[in-house]
Design a protein around this ligand. Structure first.
Ligand code: NAD
Length: 351
């Protein structure tokens, strides 16, 4: 047993099917009189329905959330917050919508109730990445952590199968890196193993039968656990590479995680034997990195950065940037080995 520090993140979590009906009681429990309901344009219908269920306690809908939390969008929503005397936020959506709620909470310190509809896990973290003038800046602050999270599997039923797969592997990436984090601890490691186990078994079932509510619930449960991992311990090379690639080439979030994870895990494998042992147990497979690659490929998810729109000449720049201000990693960052990693990921070669 190694010495550790464990910080729990205070959040109220409600999980199940039909739990969206608990929203009015939760708004009331927090004493909120006028909440702003947030979503993307695509999910405006869901936001309108939630707003209607809140009656007088809704101060309206803002359906302008966008990927990477542009500050211009937050400013637009802030104007509404002031004008309508908003006293709390309800977000229905994936990481992009949660990001907007967090950005507003950071500015106002008002409470947030999040209803996640993907497996991204942002709702369990005190982390916010905001984009201003094309630069994404990430910060951590207790004000950013949502107060209440309502997981309702029914809200995930409309999530396209391809997003389920990439979002699920994105979630698994949080757990994989938690298992070899410098500040790992036994409680978070238990959650990481259980999260990976749930996702790896649920994703093929969802692809086989997109309406399988039990499989979607299992994946959502796994995503919750993986979100806690992301919010609790430090992330390493995998997340650094994904942030670098996303920022440099505007690559799609969960797809980039899906492509990089098997390669980042292979890179760290020899330096993280305990994590590998835990992943073997969780997956029931002898080669976790190859298992993740095969899982993505067999479920029709992307396995090559070139298919996500990354330019081949960007590999060198990505290596340089990944080496600048690196996150702690179990294996030293070696320039040539990183280049090989990215070339393989670019081509879609197995790890
Ligand atoms: P997303 O929120 O951008 O959603 C992708 C698209 O799918 C959107 O158009 C959305 O409206 C739609 N969608 C989501 N759920 C749906 C559903 N159930 N049915 C139909 N359509 C649905 O994607 P994401 O992968 O959840 O989030 C990515 C963003 O979250 C990135 O900006 C990333 O940086 C951020 N993120 C932040 C953290 C953190 O801790 N700060 C963690 C994870 C992700």
């Amino acid at each position: 047993m190694y010495p550790f520090t464990y910080n729990s993140r205070p959040a109220r979590v409600i999980f199940g099917s039909g739990t969206v009906a608990r929203l009015p009681a939760e708004v009331e429990r927090l004493g909120l009189k006028r909440v702003l309901v947030l979503s993307t344009a695509q999910q405006q219908g869901q936001a309108e329905a939630l707003s209607a269920s809140l009656g007088e306690r809704s101060g309206g809908v803002f359906a302008g959330a966008r990927m990477h939390t542009p500050t211009a969008v937050t400013d637009e929503a802030m104007a509404l917050v002031v004008e309508a005397a908003i006293d709390g936020f309800v977000a229905v959506g994936g990481g992009s919508t949660t990001g907007l709620a967090k950005a507003l909470a950071l500015r106002t310190d008002l409470p947030q109730i999040i209803l996640p509809t993907t497996f991204a896990g942002s709702e369990m973290t005190p982390i916010l990445g905001e984009t201003r003038d094309g630069r994404k800046v990430t910060q951590s602050n207790p004000k950013i952590l949502p107060e209440v999270v309502i997981y309702d599997v029914d809200l995930t039923l409309t999530m396209p199968v391809q997003l389920c797969v990439t979002s699920g592997i994105n979630a698994a990436a949080h757990a994989v890196e938690a298992l070899y984090a410098q500040d790992r601890n036994p409680v978070v490691s238990l959650m990481a193993s259980a999260g990976v186990e749930a996702l790896v078994s649920a994703l093929p079932t969802i692809v086989g039968n997109p309406d399988d509510r039990d499989a979607r619930a299992k994946a959502l449960y796994g995503a919750w656990l993986c979100g806690i991992c992301l919010g609790s311990v430090g992330m390493a090379l995998h997340h650094k590479l994904c942030h670098t690639l996303g920022g440099l080439f505007d690559l799609p979030h969960s797809e980039t995680h899906t492509v990089i994870l098997p390669h980042a895990l292979r890179y760290n494998e020899a330096a993280a034997p305990e994590a590998i042992a835990a992943l073997k147990r969780a997956m029931g497979q002898a080669d976790p990195a190859r298992t993740l690659f095969d899982l993505a490929a067999s479920l029709g998810a992307p396995t090559a950065l070139q298919d996500l729109g990354m330019p081949v000449e960007g590999i060198g720049e990505a290596v340089e940037q990944a080496l600048e201000n690196p996150y702690w990693n179990p294996r030293d960052l070696e320039k040539e080995a990183l280049r090989t990693l990215l070339v393989n990921a670019y081509r879609g070669a197995p790890p």
